[in-house]
Design a protein around this ligand. Sequence first.
Ligand SMILES: Cc1cc2nc3c(=O)[nH]c(=O)nc-3n(C[C@H](O)[C@H](O)[C@H](O)COP(=O)(O)O)c2cc1C
Ligand code: SF4
Length: 478
Amino acid sequence: MRVLPRHLAAHTFYHLAEPLAGRCCRGLACFAARADAPVRWSAAERDRSSLYCLGKCYAGPSAADHDPRPHIEVHSRQAVLLGNVLTGGVHRLADYVTRGGGTARQRAMAMAPEELRRAVEMSGLRGRGGAGFPAGKKWQAVAAQPADRKYLVVNADEGDPGAFSDRFLLEDDPFRVLEAMIIAAHGVGAGQGYIYLRKEYPLAGARLADAIEQARRAGWLGERFDVELVIGAGSYLCGEETALLNALEGRRPEVRLRPPQISEYGLFGAPTLLHNVETLCALPWIVEHGAVAYAALGFSSSRGTKLLSLNSLFSRPGLYEVEFGLPLFEVVDKLGGGLRRGRLKGVMVGGPLAGIVPPRLLDTPLGYEEMQAIGCAVGHGGVIAFADDTPLAAILAEVFRFGASESCGKCTPCQRGTPQLAAMFEAAMEGGRIEPGRCADLLDALGAASLCGHGRGLAEFARAVQTHFPEEWKACFS
Ligand SMILES: Cc1cc2nc3c(=O)[nH]c(=O)nc-3n(C[C@H](O)[C@H](O)[C@H](O)COP(=O)(O)O)c2cc1C
Ligand code: SF4
């Protein structure tokens, strides 16, 4: 296990020099629930190195020392992802194998890499980290590179406030993560794998380190393909894939200019396949049950199952596996059991870089294109309910404060624009009036000229709020 960062110049970038013990979470889900534990929330606000987020959004406002277990349920026809998590977790390789684990690894290693890549393509699997890019296309791009050295990187940064699905896969099903890595490495010809894990998930770190050792002893890992676990130091932006690669290299984790794409020039300049934890965790099931069986789940261009993390404002907050196509009102009413208190103002699906869905659009089915059509996103599947005790201006101010705090600083519209937008919406909360032209200019620049999805996503978030909550938006300007 390696702990970042290695160089002083990089060290200054990160937020979490201090230990987590005794600290409270500043994430958006905790913000939505701030009235439920105001003392905890003000402790989070006072914390100078804002802690976004602890991945305990089902118990918000949450604290590092408070760790209850959430509801965990499967609502899809097949438990593709949560089978082992449901049992409370599988932490010994022997138990994993007894439960059928490892069969996919054997089957995959007996397949030609092209056959494996074809299966991934046919399954319709898309990246669960946020962008929903087809996994099969990525695999082909990396496999097509004529290079002796290729890498596989697991994005275990799960930075989206509101999401905790990767956390439970990592803590409770670490061998599935490793098995998936072995399968993916075989598919693209990678000889070394890295897991970049956020510091906010210490239990996942300990369980993964132990699982890697067990897998090495059992001969799963070794000369042909080995895995290194690298622990971050607190930065949401390290979830962006090029910043993550810079972090792994021990450099300041700013976003890289593209092209080249990382499939061509990634970690240490070599072709790199990078995937989110949840994306990878679907692979053992796909190999074992077949691409056709996986593609039979879900709907439209969104196939398979998706994990949703519901925050503490729901009556039944927790982690749910669902099939794509489920209408959002079922997420709110059937899974979440409605709101615990207050009336629903809207649900933020997929993190702060996506929009807020108003109650009148809850018949929208969960799907990449379907969510995009209403200016929102599936994202990583964090579902934060806001009740009517939270004014829109307060949500806008909080999202832009988060955006400013986590900006990597590489480009001007984001580095300079997000603090100004935060200040504008803070002033609106206090009854001040925003100058509409200035706000529109800053948002236009953020949307058009940002180098990465952080700036662009924040602009899209504001646009969606403007579209879906026109009265409250207008009130900020009058
Ligand atoms: C600002 C920002 C933060 C991101 N954070 C994460 C993250 O925490 N975890 C993640 O898997 N992907 C995150 N992503 C997406 C990654 O850049 C990348 O697309 C993803 O990890 C690729 O894996 P996938 O194809 O399996 O989704 C983020 C993107 C942006 C722009
Ligand atoms: S948009 Fe923000 S986070 Fe992305 S590169 Fe620019 S400054 Fe960095």
